[in-house]
Design a protein around this ligand. Structure first.
Ligand code: HEM
Length: 504
């Protein structure tokens, strides 16, 4: 009995979608200006569905940028998407017109995974506004000093771990950065790689990155498929979503329960979660507290970890950059201590190196999608309400007029002839307008300290075999979601300890 009714439901759904599409396209928009240019519709109904890349979407988007220009339009059924390929256009739309370009697209898969609890995926509205205020309160530049002790302690731990087992550098980075966030958010000291909170959050993160990428699951294109039962052939996405949803609940609830218990028994130090739990008491606000704290881990870890992992790769590949970085560090620190936050302004080459890391391989090559809440006209083109926008950060980081030889890792591109920093701070790597990353200053501080401390302590080299030949390094950046991080990093490293006259 179940199957025929489902079949009819799907047929009804598709018929409604067709009628709606024909009505909207042929009737409501017939008197409007044209859409921006883009690949020709492959079918009058599904539009560019078959053009939409599933893997490494930024590479295909950048090919289209070369063909069609700064804004590229695509249609899938009655849904419009626009790829923004230049920084000027991104600023014009997401910053100057941020009142209507600041929501997030609806996603059947995100709903099924329970992703309405994740701040970066929230639609523009009161819930998002409150969580954003919470983020700003705890991560605005003038409060960040209070986290410096934790950051320093965890980065020093990272140095010790690298010294003992350099080949495990990927795990050490992940563990140390996770430990910084867990300590600040929940006053939780991560004891080992197998920490229960970190394990859950890591797996939830991976699933959310994949599930929220629009082209990965068909249910994101045909939301009606969400009603398909889990046993139906091809409905594997339901199982995926159920697992992600359970993990998300655990990721949000378990650490907060721990903080609540500690508060009851008067133990523990103040942390973001305990301060928020003291400030907010209604059931609704408490949900926002859960979301904010959980989102801090999920948005803040993978991103910062990836930048530091990419740093190792860049140092192995571009040895001359490492030499220059060492020279600057030695000149400023005199080789007798580890760097401190106060040294940052005196190390412009390291600052330029950090910018180059964000530019050379952006961890979010198409940012996070924005979504219009009103229709608009831009450069004479019609932008419907409910259009999904992809800020093509990959294309922005390779703008030919700005970045010569963009695939070369060259921090000097951010320095003028006197060695001073220019005004390109690669802010686009942290997004735009009202949705710009609220953790950007904190992230920049953590990554800076990690990079400069590693450079002060070690020379990063490839290991050699018995005959003196350098062992090959094999790195792949992931392409299956909106996050692109070093997923296979097959490298044996030789971390030569640099002489620090005193051990700090
Ligand atoms: C190098 C590290 C990081 C990078 C490259 C990065 C990048 C981004 C980007 C591109 C966005 C989307 C902005 C937009 O929609 O236009 C974003 C959003 C966000 N980031 Fe980060 N981020 C980093 C670290 C962090 C950290 C450490 C935290 C928290 C402590 C954090 C919290 C968030 C949150 C909550 C959002 C959602 C903002 C919203 O939707 O309103 N991020 N980040």
């Amino acid at each position: 009995m179940e199957a025929p009714s489902l079949q009819w439901m799907l047929i009804d759904g598709f018929s409604c979608a067709i009628c709606l599409y024909v009505f909207k396209e042929k009737w409501l928009t017939s008197s409007k200006p044209p859409y921006p240019p883009g690949p020709t519709d492959q079918s009058w109904f599904t539009g560019n569905l078959s053009d939409f890349p599933v893997e490494a979407i930024w590479l295909k988007f950048t090919e289209w940028a070369d063909e069609f220009g700064d804004i590229v339009h695509l249609r899938v059924l009655d849904k419009h998407s626009i790829i923004v390929n230049s920084l000027d256009v991104a600023k014009e739309l997401f910053e100057k017109r941020s009142n209507i370009y600041s929501s997030r697209p609806p996603s059947a898969m995100v709903d099924l995974m329970g992703g309405e609890f994740i701040t970066p995926l929230k639609t523009y509205g009161d819930d998002w506004r409150l969580e954003r205020r919470m983020f700003q309160q705890f991560f605005k530049p003038d409060v960040l000093q209070q986290y410096q002790d934790v950051q320093t302690r965890k980065i020093n731990d990272l140095l010790s771990k690298l010294l003992v087992t350099p080949d495990d550098f990927l795990d050490h980075i992940r563990y140390s950065i996770g430990a910084v966030i867990m300590s600040i958010m929940y006053d939780h000291e991560v004891a080992s790689q197998d920490d229960r909170f970190i394990k859950v959050a890591e797996t939830a993160n991976q699933k959310f990155a994949i599930g929220s990428t629009p082209s990965v699951f068909l249910v994101n294109v045909f939301p009606i498929l969400r009603f398909v039962p889990a046993w139906f052939p091809g409905a594997g996405f339901k199982l995926f979503a159920r697992e992600a949803s359970l993990l998300a609940q655990q990721m949000l609830n378990d650490p907060i329960d721990m903080v609540r218990e500690r508060m009851k028994s008067g133990e523990g130090l103040p942390c973001v979660a305990s301060e928020l739990l003291e400030m907010y008491h209604t059931e609704r606000d408490l949900k926002n507290v859960l979301s904010m704290c959980g989102s801090g881990y999920s948005a803040g870890t993978d991103t910062s970890v990836s930048v530091i992992q990419t740093f190792f790769y860049a140092m192995i590949r571009f040895g001359d950059v490492q030499v220059k970085a060492h020279e600057e560090i030695d000149k400023v620190l005199g080789g007798d201590r580890l760097p401190k936050f106060e040294d940052r302004a005196a190390l412009p080459y390291i600052e330029a190196l950090l910018r180059e890391l964000l530019r050379w391989h952006p961890i979010l090559p198409v940012g996070i999608m924005h979504y219009t809440t009103e229709e608009d006209i831009f450069q004479g083109y019609f932008i419907p309400k409910g259009t999904t926008f992809f800020p093509n950060v990959w294309a922005m980081s390779r703008e030919p007029n700005k970045y010569e030889d963009p695939n070369t890792f060259n921090p000097s591109r951010f320095l003028d002839n006197n060695g001073s920093l220019n005004d390109d701070d690669v802010g686009y790597a942290f997004g735009f307008g009202r949705r710009i990353c609220p953790g950007c200053y904190f992230a920049s501080a953590t990554v800076w300290l990690a990079v400069v401390s590693i450079l002060a302590s070690f020379e990063i080299r490839k290991k050699k075999d018995a005959s003196g030949q350098e062992l090959p390094v094999d790195v792949h950046f992931s392409t299956d979601s909106i996050l692109s991080h070093p997923s296979h990093f097959n490298a044996r490293l030789y971390l030569v300890q640099r002489a620090l006259k005193t051990s700090s």
